[in-house]
Design a protein around this ligand. Structure first.
Ligand code: BJW
Length: 229
């Protein structure tokens, strides 16, 4: 990768699809099985917290049986060996990037394995199903823990660090995301405007495919190792 020093990699559900984790918008994906308004908005949680908790308990249990795939492993190898700046920004709430060994990683839509106490704002490790309302380890309040994930209408995490990296990037690579959800869908334009070269690796053209200098289409487990090596 000649003349490239600073890399930003954005990943989405497609990078974990071949590990057996459902994507959102593909046929048979999560949003065909559940209405987004029922399970992934703050209003849904206020209306029926038990339903939302069951949705996340089910997905959290599922990811614990899954393993990182060749795409996660290739990204982790690049992270370990890259001497310049590199940042992996994942929209995924699973932990497969870190289990593969990625270190320079931000979860912009939160993490399945963290809980957020809305009473004291502390983040803690997920302690198990919230059905019985366990107490927050920081403040002791029971019943105010929620999944530490970013729902529609909420501000994604680490935005300052992400925009700083995008504005320094020489290369922006988007892997396994449909480009349907903002602000992540706008990162390619931000990086382009700052002068980065842009590459899409996805099963099919994303909604923003025309913004990329180059697009390669196919399964992440083939495309990502091929790009990294
Ligand atoms: C493979 C593959 C394989 C399959 N190999 N590829 C109108 C216009 C513009 C914006 C808005 C609007 N109305 C509302 C908004 C804002 C809204 C938004 O974007 N809505 C859109 C629906 C229009 N966004 C928000 O509300 C966000 N917050 C926000 O904007 O705050 C204000 C703000 C302002 C300014 C700056 C910053 C902030 C919050 C969004 C939160 C999204 N939350 C979710 C749930 C997280 C928790 C959980 O997991 O349950 O995040 S929704 C869901 O979508 C999840 C994902 O991270 C996200 C993106 O999905 P992703 O990863 O792209 O998955 P898919 O399924 O869509 O695509 C998979 C792709 O992989 C496909 O293309 C496949 O082809 C491919 N694939 N197998 C390679 N093997």
């Amino acid at each position: 990768m000649k003349d490239i020093h600073n890399i930003v990699i954005l990943t989405g559900a497609g990078v974990s699809a071949e590990s057996g984790i459902d994507t959102f918008r593909d046929g048979g994906g999560l949003w065909e099985q559940h209405r987004v308004e029922d399970v992934a908005t703050p209003e849904a949680f206020a209306r029926d917290p038990a339903l939302v908790q069951r949705f996340y308990d089910m997905r959290r249990a599922a990811i614990q049986t899954k393993e990182p795939n060749a795409a996660h492993a290739a990204i982790a190898r690049l992270d370990a060996g890259w001497r310049g700046e590199l940042l992996v920004v994942t929209q995924n709430v699973d932990d497969l990037h870190e289990r593969a060994g990625a270190k320079r990683l931000l979860h912009m839509h939160g993490e399945h394995l963290k809980a957020w106490c809305t009473a004291c704002d502390a983040r803690s490790d997920w302690l198990g199903p919230l059905g019985d309302g366990p107490a927050c380890p920081a403040c002791g309040t029971a019943g105010d823990l929620r999944p530490d994930v970013v729902w529609f209408g909420e501000m994604p995490y680490h935005m300052e660090d992400i925009y700083r990296a995008l504005n320094r990037a020489d290369l922006f690579v988007s892997i396994g995301t449909s480009g349907a959800v903002y602000p992540a869908a706008g990162f390619v334009r931000e990086a382009r405007a700052a002068g980065a070269r842009t590459l899409e690796l996805n099963m099919e053209p994303s909604q923003g495919s025309h913004w990329f200098d180059e697009a390669r289409h196919g399964p992440a487990t083939a495309l990502v190792p091929g790009w990294v090596e």
